[in-house]
Design a protein around this ligand. Sequence first.
Ligand code: GLY
Length: 370
Amino acid sequence: MSIERVPVALGGRSYEILVGAGLIGDCGALMRPLLKHPRTIVVTDANVAALHLPALLRGLDSAGIAHRAIVLPPGEETKSFAHYAKLSEEILALGIERGTVLTALGGGVVGDLVGFTAATLLRGIDFVQVPTTLLAQVDSSVGGKTAIDTAQGKNLVGAFHQPRLVLADTDALATLPPRELRAGYAEIVKYGLIRDPEFFAWLEGHGAALLAGDAAAQRRAVVVSCTAKAAVVAVDERETGERALLNFGHTFGHALEAETGFGDALLHGEAVAIGMALAFDLAAALGTCPGADVERVRRHFAATELPSRIPRPNGRRFEAAALVRHMRKDKKMRDGRITLILPRRIGEVVITQEVPEETLVAFLAERLAA
Ligand code: GLY
């Protein structure tokens, strides 16, 4: 099938997101025009390496691109200072120059770490994103946010550093566990909810098929999501305004992830899904979103089995005040006030600092008791 090309318009740093089947195998031919020297250093994790590294390396070989590969341990712990230092030194030991290009093959962890490493090695070298998870294809590989985690929280040390190219191979989605696919789907639903009611309506008709593996539906959803993200990033690369809307569901979501320890108990996309459901519930409680829209969103979450309830890992019930404490540490905090993104209707959200903390605590206490 043909390749769809989504441009990200950022002047001299513009690039394309290519979406299609089999792009991992075609990576050499697709990357070659970008490379000053036919050489790249591929960084991936052990899980992704087993599934996709041989095809990627064959693709590089067939275009005459020399390569070295570095395989990291899988998991969020890899987005750490320790792994960043080790990776940087390993890459430097291979002997690089400003024209060297890194290739990030994997999900959000690999993309964020490799992107940050590319941003800082030799004060900035190029990198190519080859996202293999749905979440990375529709969100984290696009837009140049790169980061590692610290003891104080997730993504607190990072840089805006755009990739030179994103290759979203939709064949890779067939290898994802259903839970990972659903977690990525949450970010797709987000684009419908924040800015595109027609897309949300399309997802109501096709979301279940997409999650069941319908390749055409997956491809369309990846293209629409990347087009939406590219449009937002083009007008607000460094999140001084509109880009913050992409964090819909994330303030609640990050608080839940922080309480669960950012591990497998709650995947990022699952936390975002619950966060979006909470945002609709809160808007309903505040009377700022039509009840019919809230019901429609609830129905779609139920139909696609997106999580919408606050989890109780091992039966433990979270404290509302503890969740709000995490929300206070959010990067979007302004003048000591919690920033929330709340729906006005399906397809329109607003940024607000107007919800008092007591209201938030009471709302969450009520949801936790439900
Ligand atoms: N994931 C939100 C953003 O890239 O801005």
